[in-house]
Design a binder for this molecule. Sequence first.
Ligand SMILES: *[C@@H]1O[C@H](CO)[C@@H](O)[C@H](O)[C@H]1NC(C)=O
Ligand SMILES: *[C@@H]1O[C@H](CO)[C@@H](O)[C@H](O)[C@H]1NC(C)=O
Ligand SMILES: *[C@@H]1O[C@H](CO)[C@@H](O)[C@H](O)[C@H]1NC(C)=O
Ligand SMILES: *[C@@H]1O[C@H](CO)[C@@H](O)[C@H](O)[C@H]1NC(C)=O
Ligand SMILES: *[C@@H]1O[C@H](CO)[C@@H](O)[C@H](O)[C@H]1NC(C)=O
Ligand SMILES: *[C@@H]1O[C@H](CO)[C@@H](O)[C@H](O)[C@H]1NC(C)=O
Ligand SMILES: *[C@@H]1O[C@H](CO)[C@@H](O)[C@H](O)[C@H]1NC(C)=O
Ligand SMILES: *[C@@H]1O[C@H](CO)[C@@H](O)[C@H](O)[C@H]1NC(C)=O
Ligand SMILES: *[C@@H]1O[C@H](CO)[C@@H](O)[C@H](O)[C@H]1NC(C)=O
Ligand SMILES: *[C@@H]1O[C@H](CO)[C@@H](O)[C@H](O)[C@H]1NC(C)=O
Ligand SMILES: *[C@@H]1O[C@H](CO)[C@@H](O)[C@H](O)[C@H]1NC(C)=O
Ligand SMILES: *[C@@H]1O[C@H](CO)[C@@H](O)[C@H](O)[C@H]1NC(C)=O
Length: 678
Amino acid sequence: MAILPLFVLLLPLALASAPAGPWDAFNYAPESRTVWPTAIKYTEGSVQNAQNLVSNAGEATLSGNGTWLTLDFGGEVGGLVSFNVESVSSSSSLALSYTESPLFISPFTSDDSSYPSANMSYDGVLPLPQPVPTGYYTQPAKSLRGGFRYLTIVLNSSPNATTGSSAEVTISNVSCAISFAPHVDNLRDYAGYFYAKDNEFWDEDFLTKVWYSGAYTVQTNTVALNTGREVPFVASPGWANNATLGIAGPIIVDGAKRDRAVWPGDMGIAVPTQFVSTNDLLPTRNALSTMFSAIDPRTGALPESGPPLSQTGSDTYHAWTMIGSYNYVMYSGDMEWLEGVWANYTKAAAFLEGKVIDVDVNGTQLALMNVTGLRDWARLGGGGINSEGNALLYRVLVTASELATYMNDTTHSAAWSQNATALKTAFNAAFWDPTQGLYLDNTTTTLCPQDANSMAVLFNITTSPEQAQSVSEGLQRNWNALGPVPPELPDTISPFISGLELQAHFVSGNDAVAMDLLRREWGYMLYTNISVESTLLEGFTANGSLSYRSYRGYNYDPSYTSHSHGWSSGPTSALTFYVLGLIITSPQGQTWSVAPHLSGLTAAEGGFETGLGWFGAKWSLEGGVLTIDVEVPVGTEGTVTLPVEGKVEVNGTQVAVGESGTLSVGGGTSTVVVTTAT
Ligand SMILES: *[C@@H]1O[C@H](CO)[C@@H](O)[C@H](O)[C@H]1NC(C)=O
Ligand SMILES: *[C@@H]1O[C@H](CO)[C@@H](O)[C@H](O)[C@H]1NC(C)=O
Ligand SMILES: *[C@@H]1O[C@H](CO)[C@@H](O)[C@H](O)[C@H]1NC(C)=O
Ligand SMILES: *[C@@H]1O[C@H](CO)[C@@H](O)[C@H](O)[C@H]1NC(C)=O
Ligand SMILES: *[C@@H]1O[C@H](CO)[C@@H](O)[C@H](O)[C@H]1NC(C)=O
Ligand SMILES: *[C@@H]1O[C@H](CO)[C@@H](O)[C@H](O)[C@H]1NC(C)=O
Ligand SMILES: *[C@@H]1O[C@H](CO)[C@@H](O)[C@H](O)[C@H]1NC(C)=O
Ligand SMILES: *[C@@H]1O[C@H](CO)[C@@H](O)[C@H](O)[C@H]1NC(C)=O
Ligand SMILES: *[C@@H]1O[C@H](CO)[C@@H](O)[C@H](O)[C@H]1NC(C)=O
Ligand SMILES: *[C@@H]1O[C@H](CO)[C@@H](O)[C@H](O)[C@H]1NC(C)=O
Ligand SMILES: *[C@@H]1O[C@H](CO)[C@@H](O)[C@H](O)[C@H]1NC(C)=O
Ligand SMILES: *[C@@H]1O[C@H](CO)[C@@H](O)[C@H](O)[C@H]1NC(C)=O
């Protein structure tokens, strides 16, 4: 590369804002760090003036044993609940219960977050002290609920009550102090934006909404260091979110309600979302540093999850930490961080390379990784000479080679690049099944998994556009009305793996297929009234129920499912990187590319920020004329790839474009106009 990168080493905390516009109406983040209920969901028993609790309008009175009311915060929130106890009878006891889904509203229990239990009541309620004190009450910090939409306040007669005395409480000012993104003053002040109308969906603002939904989901997963789920889990009934999550905070975790721990696989989707929306990468740096600091010095193995879970034995999540390091360096340009972890990073690479063995596949000797650290995203199988593990290793080697060039480590760079090339050949020889037109899960099965096939296209392990096309077509055979049902985790829909599949369809040029997937799966998640209609579900079953992973670790407890999981936010970066088509190709966007995928739309606009400044794009197609406006920092260089043919003008001057449809464009503001021959 001819350009010397000018890396900005500091990670600014206060970031400039994206341009204001109609897209701001779809930002789900609250205006203030304190939020009040927006509606009364239910009342049961005698509740007077319940409506007063909406937006803090006044007092409400609950009377009688077993009376309760449920407040709706209008969308996903998380934090500590406070309210005024104006007056309370001595025979009263009070308790709080919380839930994300309205299906689990109950005066007896919250949805589960500590542990999945078939009785769906592991967590129970949070009792207030007895006797109930009058005045301003705030729930204890350790009983923080990181994610909920509905809060139920329950009045009971205290066990001490004497016959004849009655329970009664008057409360006001019920609020939640938002706990997530603790370092951010204005939660709505995003660094990036996206806007497009979808005329093929019943809600034309769907794409914009889903972009902001993913962004808000990741914000709710950005937490203070000492607010992790306590492990071992507290005894039932109860929960505690006072555990330390790593070596520094704020830190990015997998989910708002749970697990509230660092999970590098989840970050594979969540961090690109974070980059294009808030560009708040400090929580990612802290999470990655936490993983590297916990490397096994003897073997070079990275943990599967951050503390206090600190699970080990996952070759795929080990790979995701390494891939995540590349993403972080690309987005931030933080070479100082890379230098700091480089010794451990190379050890971690050697750990995976050490699992590569020579195997005989139908008479041919092939060098492939034997996956022995079996923990993964919940899929079944996955061990041995497995395609998903090897696809991730390929991505590790390609990205490691590039990182090594930034480190001037030419020896590693060359060796990893060479091994990546060899692995790509071995992968295709071992796993490609021409009959099914898909990659196999391993060398002894006919099962073609959603994960490895999506990754093969996304990571460019396919060897031709025709092969990528075949995979894109084959993957659609897993689809039902709500999305793909992975053969490797039957009866389940995984928005995490679907986020990879979504990108694979765009990469293979099947934009209409990608849009179809987006509308099916995220159209379901965003609007279904069994979820929170704001942030994105961790997963669901093939028929749309919340019993995600019931038979695979979640003990048939649908209330345990998280409704705000960053790994489900794939559309946010996909809309920016593919539909808008704006992507960076070197750290901080010193080089970049604009390659719009028109996807049946007539216009899209958006952009993001890096340490070098603002990167924006805007395209529209009208009367056979495609106009692309690009605004990028002066001093950067990039390309514009045109999705249609025709007469091309750049800044009003006609230019010739080669067969690739790609133009070189410098920094600053450029307008490319293509007049198609209609
Ligand atoms: C629910 O099951 C858990 C064990 O999973 C148990 O500890 C708890 O007591 C049960 N709760 C109720 C209300 O039965
Ligand atoms: C209930 O009785 C116990 C034991 O006498 C006492 O400690 C507690 O304060 C009483 N609670 C109320 C609400 O009066
Ligand atoms: C309040 O109602 C509960 C549940 O019906 C009951 O178990 C309890 O005894 C009642 N309390 C009093 C003081 O009557
Ligand atoms: C968190 O709270 C639990 C439950 O009260 C307690 O057992 C634990 O010691 C606390 N942990 C920390 C790190 O403070
Ligand atoms: C590198 O690994 C060692 C353990 O071998 C650990 O003590 C150290 O903190 C790690 N350094 C970084 C920067 O992650
Ligand atoms: C992969 O490693 C496992 C565990 O060490 C071993 O049992 C298995 O035979 C290995 N697979 C191959 C193909 O060598
Ligand atoms: C090969 O893949 C199949 C299907 O996923 C799985 O059932 C089997 O356990 C895998 N084999 C090994 C050795 O892991
Ligand atoms: C790599 O080499 C370049 C050019 O000599 C230098 O500017 C840069 O600081 C070096 N990077 C590292 C990590 O040593
Ligand atoms: C590249 O692959 C060879 C053969 O598997 C292995 O011996 C070598 O260690 C690998 N190189 C690196 C840098 O991982
Ligand atoms: C090995 O060969 C058999 C018979 O030709 C074929 O069915 C099978 O798919 C091949 N296996 C792999 C992993 O290529
Ligand atoms: C994908 O791999 C092919 C070789 O199989 C290579 O020619 C092409 O440049 C790669 N594409 C990208 C985007 O790296
Ligand atoms: C278009 O004009 C702007 C402003 O004069 C300039 O910054 C930009 O580099 C030009 N683009 C091209 C491709 O010449």
